[in-house]
Ligand binder design. Structure first.
Ligand code: MRU
Length: 366
């Protein structure tokens, strides 16, 4: 997608044949655009853990390229050990997003097919590139499925603006390209449908105000930033036609882990008869977990709640303290929206009800 009218992905190798791996450092957005080089698996672990990159799909792609960096950093004769160790470090870098473990496992399975270490390294690089390409193409496809829902709503409203509420950033910055929640919105824009997006600011890390609002502006999609608590009021006033959010992990029974606050929006949407959709590439499904309540929920530092960062009037980026010294803060990063509150899951294969039977019908090989 575009930044200042130039197309970017969120992660890419410096060279078509090999690393280093380049990422956009998302901690600096929207005030500064900084491209960072990752040279080692530890660089990839830090980038994921400290949120230089974030969002389920992008974490997965970074883990895949991280495994490649582990491979090229391995001493001769010790590649498999380096991959096991790198995989363990990457797996532990953040707990909730399913795509992380999925990507590490896919690389380990592919690497096992190599005849020798050079061959294995070639396979790992190729597989990491495939994971990134697939993430982008799955998001593009799910966007076309989601477009059908927006089109129907637009026809029902005689072409009047469709107001879509989203939470956090499940845009292209959370994936390799296109995004999950935003892909249907970009597809609707391309189809000439009049869309407008309500963007939850998404405290405490502010993925909505810092990333989603900026990303939509870069793509000329009309959007308005709202506080996290405003959604219910807008719904009661008839100002929201549908919700689309992303997910970090979805059980094969349809429960969804997404950014903290998603559950409350789903409750408000249900109370107001507003369709609540979750968009995801299939790499986000957890095919083993039966209940969303078993999904590990990341707990981050309370400092993210007691302080806030932004640009000062003088043009420097600064962090300021919001609370009295010593204020205790609890900072769960994700919550679980139960399947019963979800109207549908938008995937690269189509839209499905959020229940075990329907999900397995769409993915019979699982
Ligand atoms: O903590 P983050 O920014 O990595 O959280 C991920 C998210 O942005 C959201 O939960 C998002 O809605 C789903 S990720 C595609």
């Amino acid at each position: 997608m575009r930044i200042d009218n130039r197309n970017y992905r969120t992660i890419w190798p410096a060279d078509k044949e090999q690393g280093p791996i380049l990422i956009i450092d998302q901690r600096k957005l929207p005030h500064e655009f900084v491209i960072e080089e990752l040279h080692t698996v530890s660089d990839a672990v830090v980038a994921i853990r400290d949120m230089h990159v974030r969002g389920a799909g992008l974490i997965g792609a970074t883990a895949a390229f991280g495994m490649y960096l582990a491979a090229i950093g391995a001493e001769p004769g010790r590649l498999n050990e380096a991959l096991q160790e790198g995989g363990r470090m990457l797996d532990n870098s953040r707990p909730t997003a399913r795509n992380l473990k999925w990507a590490v496992d896919r690389i380990l399975t592919a690497a096992a097919l190599g005849d020798n270490e050079d061959d294995q390294k070639r396979i790992i690089f190729k597989t990491a590139c495939e994971i990134a390409d697939e993430d982008a193409s799955f998001c593009k496809s799910l966007g076309l499925h989601g477009l059908k829902i927006i089109k129907e709503l637009s026809e029902k409203k005689d072409g009047k603006t469709i107001n879509i509420l989203t939470h956090c950033n499940a845009g292209w910055l959370a994936f390799v390209d296109y995004g999950s929640a935003t892909a249907p919105i970009y597809a609707a824009r391309d189809a000439g449908i009049d869309v407008h997006v309500w963007v939850d600011e998404t405290r405490p890390w502010n993925q909505g105000s810092k990333l989603t609002a900026w990303e939509l502006q870069q793509e000329n999609i009309p959007c308005t930033l709202i506080t996290d608590n405003a959604g219910g009021h807008l719904m009661q006033k008839g100002m929201v036609d549908m919700m689309i959010v992303g997910t970090d992990r979805t059980t094969h029974t349809g429960d969804v882990a997404n950014k903290i606050g998603t559950y409350l929006k789903a409750l408000a949407a249900r109370d107001n008869d507003i369709p609540f959709y979750v968009a995801l590439p299939s790499s986000t499904f957890d095919w083993e977990m039966d209940s969303g309540h078993d999904i590990p929920i990341e707990e981050r530092s309370g400092d993210e709640v007691t302080a806030i960062s932004g640009m000062t009037k003088e043009g420097t980026v600064a962090t300021v303290q919001l609370t009295a010294p010593g204020t205790r803060a609890l900072n769960y990063s994700f919550d679980i929206t139960p399947a019963r509150l979800i109207t549908g899951l938008i995937t690269e294969r189509g839209i499905t009800a959020a229940n075990r039977e329907a999900i397995h019908r769409l993915f019979p090989e699982k």
